[in-house]
Design a protein around this ligand. Sequence first.
Ligand SMILES: N[C@@H](CCC(=O)N[C@@H](CS)C(=O)NCC(=O)O)C(=O)O
Length: 359
Amino acid sequence: MTAAVPYRFLAFDLSYFSAKVRPALRYKRLWYEEIPADPTVVYQRTGMNFIPIIITPQDDTWQDSTDIYAHLEKRYPDPPLFPTTPVQRVASHLIELYVDDFALLSAMYTRWGTDEREHYARALFEATFGAQMGKLFADTMMSRRDSLGIAAANGPAIEAHTQDLLAALSKHFSEHRYLLGNRMSFADCALMGPLYGHLYTDLISRKLLLDTALPVVSWIQRCNFPDSVRHKNWFADDSLSPSLLEVLATMGRDAAPVILDMVRVVERWADDRPPDKANAPHRLTVETITLRGTPIPRMVLPYTLWSLQQVLDVYRGFDDDERARVDDAIEGTGWAEVLAYVPRHRLRKENFKLVFEDR
Ligand SMILES: N[C@@H](CCC(=O)N[C@@H](CS)C(=O)NCC(=O)O)C(=O)O
């Protein structure tokens, strides 16, 4: 399809979900213009304040990083973002689930978790949004600090997870160019959300990356400038390398129980919702999760149930043999319980917003 005008990508460099989408646009070699997201335009088009959004040459609006991947793949199947074989496909969705839910914790701590981090983040926000708006947005983030789990006391547990992940990723990327081998996929794009959007963009964590995880820095650079014409293939025979399994296990051990806890809260909330109240609020309650023995308060989002649905729909769309291959492949990574979970409720999107389907 030839476009007369470029796609418009309303985003910010320091934004997690913008960083999740940008590599996909570049990988697809799309003609696009990145524009600082004007909150008024975003709200007019979506009725919400979430970035990024994409405005297509036909003037349609795409919102939500997960949906944007799907739109891109449908319109521009070549080069492909989505593996079609069961093991690699489900593993990629699990990585996206990790990013959409759990990894926000590391990313928020990285940006706001201590006075020093906050000091740098405020400077970054003021440089990006101007003094007045930068202060306002930073104050808004800090007012949410309790529900984002970004207190200094949570640092040791969160940092221990982050460092284990960086170690596993460093090993993987010293052997392989991308998560699934010699071609980028939406799993790489998704992981760029926390890794480029926050860990590489924030000062203290960038130093950590440069000091301890150079292969990850090289991968960030490759994902930022994907020369997709030259990409070769994903791992042969729908396999996952031992180093990728270690990455999945590092994610799954800490994140899978937390994600299921969050989903259970959403489901209990939905059990009690009056039948005429189908709209899901963006945020529900603050609950306490446990990470490596540390209790951490965390905002519960119905979106986590929707993200889980994306994985489960794909997993359950495969036949028995294919699912058995997925189960074998991910055994021991901590993700089996997530794939076995059967939600009682289902969410769908209506005008970008989540609504519960009728019971
Ligand atoms: N599910 C959305 C999430 C988008 C999102 O949360 N974006 C953040 C910036 S990275 C935002 O706009 N936050 C505004 C807020 O929380 O009020 C996606 O995948 O695109």
